[in-house]
Design a protein around this ligand. Structure first.
Ligand code: J2J
Length: 541
């Protein structure tokens, strides 16, 4: 039985994906048990001076599951997890997987506005935060969230003696066995968050079957094995470092995860040398910093085989620099938390690796590239990418109305990405037709930020668009129509920060305007606003 509010695949697809062995009924709880039996004392995760073996991780997950169960956490309960790259992240996730409770994977940068919504909408029973030393006072955030989220019974804090007044996660580990919970491959394993293009974020239910299938296919494409060492520089809660093949793929393969708390060359380069890292993943701005950083630092990168870059478009020009600088293979990754992941293959000719965003990882992925009337465009022409497959969701959690727009009647997900196919059948991302800004891989739903700004008493109307940026690819620009008073940009930013909006969503630039340019149908023309800001930027140069 799928969690209420989640759409499942039609029965003929379920049969197809099972018969073809995409879905094998594996679950994450069992996966870790099997890996512990196979790899025992081999190290699963390294984080600074701390490391944990497969066997220990298995035991710790059991003990934590037992403790959480005694606190009343049950199958189907949602638990908002907001943890940085730490070993506890893994213990928490696997404990929840074994309980059949569903981690809602928040990012460390999310703040009150996001977290209170996650807790409220999913009716989460618990919220798990890092203790002091995380660079932000999550306990204060949790106090505020708890005042409003009626469903929230617990806040758990990682680290010893956290001093926040909330229960320490460390006190919950209990060696007495938990009451066994029946989990099936078809159960929801976790909620990913959608980059979003609407006023409120959407929740993406991923089942054990479909997520583990995506790990298996990713591992095959990325040639992951027991000797793989994956360096996590992106926040592991995000779908890319979690599953493409990411940290979970690495554990599936019996390899070793190395956690980095940051992505700077000063943190990451020494780790690559010391831990003999074989593969790592990043967004384009990090790749740029690494390409600069490598010029002035000497480290031994000889263990590094694959550098994955994805989450936003990586320019051909930059792509060409990777192999000469690091001596490793670049892999472009075009994926989405909703499912579909495309990779360039490790043995692809250079021109495909430099110029395309890869091709689907599974032969069961179905793609359509369509025009505005949903008609397929001729081969090689640009259109919106629609997709369906064994690891692409059929609907967001409790979002019936939105689902009717985001999926076709026959179950294809509308990605909102404008792409075309190369003659080899590889995808080239050309743009997007969704109301979203991709700020160096961090996705901003324009409408979400606009709604916050409309609450400002001095603002009559607001429209947020992307503007080109040589470092992040895009930044956000808010065009505003004011009433009598014109609030200063600094005041606007403080206003959004006070409302608890994640920092990356706060507009990079603010423009005041008398009225918005309109489309022939009378809607605000974001296209013209984007042109206006580009013109203004070129004039200044
Ligand atoms: C252009 N746009 C890209 C790319 C993602 C692996 C890798 C990335 C994500 C991810 C992921 C892009 N070039 N190479 O989940 O498993 C944009 C597209 C896409 C959206 C999805 C994974 N790679 N994008 O980025 O859910 O617009 O997932 O639809 O955060 O990012 O964003 P997200």
């Amino acid at each position: 039985m799928m969690l209420s509010g989640c759409s499942t695949w039609p029965s003929d697809f379920v049969k197809k994906y099972k018969d073809s062995q995409c879905w094998r009924g594996e679950t994450f709880g069992e996966m870790l048990r099997e890996r512990a039996n196979l790899y025992g004392k081999r190290i699963a995760v390294t984080a600074g001076d701390h490391e944990i073996s497969y066997l220990e991780l298995d035991h710790r997950a059991d003990q934590l599951a037992s403790g959480l169960q005694q606190m009343g956490i049950q199958k189907g309960n949602r638990v908002v997890v907001q943890l940085p790259n730490t070993i506890e992240f893994f213990e928490v996730c696997f404990a929840l997987f074994r309980l059949g409770a569903v981690p809602v994977l928040a990012l460390p940068t999310h703040r009150y506005s996001e977290i209170s919504y996650f807790c409220g909408f999913t009716e989460a029973v618990a919220y798990i935060i890092p203790g002091s030393g995380a660079g932000f006072d999550y306990a204060s955030l949790a106090t505020k969230v708890q005042e409003e989220a009626a469903s929230l019974k617990h806040v758990f804090v990682t680290g010893e003696g956290n001093g926040s007044g909330f229960t320490s996660l460390a006190d919950l580990y209990d060696p007495s066995p938990m009451v066994e919970v029946q989990i099936s491959g078809e159960d929801v394993a976790l909620f990913q968050l959608s980059g979003g293009s609407t006023g409120l974020p959407k929740f993406i239910p991923r089942t054990h079957n479909d997520y583990i299938y995506s790990l298996r296919m990713s591992n095959e494409v990325c040639q992951m094995n027991v000797d793989s060492v994956y360096l996590a520089v992106l926040p592991v809660a995000h779908n890319f470092p979690l599953s493409s093949p990411g940290v979970l793929g690495t554990l599936y393969a019996g390899g070793r995860v190395v956690l980095s708390s940051g992505s700077s060359p000063d943190e990451a380069f020494p780790l690559i040398e010391k831990e003999q890292v074989t593969i790592t993943a990043m967004v384009p701005p990090i790749a740029l910093i690494w390409l600069e950083g490598v010029k002035t630092r000497t480290f031994d990168f000889s263990s590094l085989k694959v550098m994955q870059v994805g989450g936003a478009k990586f320019s051909t020009e930059m792509a060409k620099r990777v192999k000469p600088a690091f001596g490793c293979t670049l892999q472009q990754v075009f994926g989405m938390a909703e499912g579909l992941v495309n990779y360039t293959r490790l043995d692809d000719p250079d021109h495909l690796i430099h110029e395309t965003q890869g091709r689907p990882m599974s032969s069961f992925d179905e793609l359509r590239i369509v025009d505005e009337e949903d008609q397929e465009v001729p081969q090689g022409e640009a259109g919106e990418l629609l997709t369906r497959g064994p690891y692409t969701i059929r609907g967001y959690y409790k979002a019936e109305e939105h689902n009717a727009r985001s999926f076709t009647a026959d179950g294809f997900y509308r990605t909102g990405d404008i792409v075309r196919l190369s003659k080899e059948g590889y995808i080239i991302v050309e743009g997007r037709n969704k109301d979203q800004i991709n700020r160096g891989g961090e996705k901003i739903a324009a409408e979400e930020v606009e709604n916050h700004l409309l609450a400002h008493p001095d603002l009559l109307d607001v429209s947020i668009v992307s503007m080109p940026d040589s470092f992040l690819g895009e930044r956000s620009c808010a065009f505003m129509i004011v009433r009598e008073n014109r609030p200063a940009p600094s005041e606007i930013r403080r206003f959004l920060q006070d409302r608890g909006l994640a920092a990356y969503k706060i507009p990079d630039r603010i423009e005041y305007i008398d009225q918005f340019p309109k489309t022939p149908l009378g809607k605000v023309s974001k296209k013209m606003l984007r042109q206006m800001i580009v013109e203004k930027m070129t004039l200044k140069k």
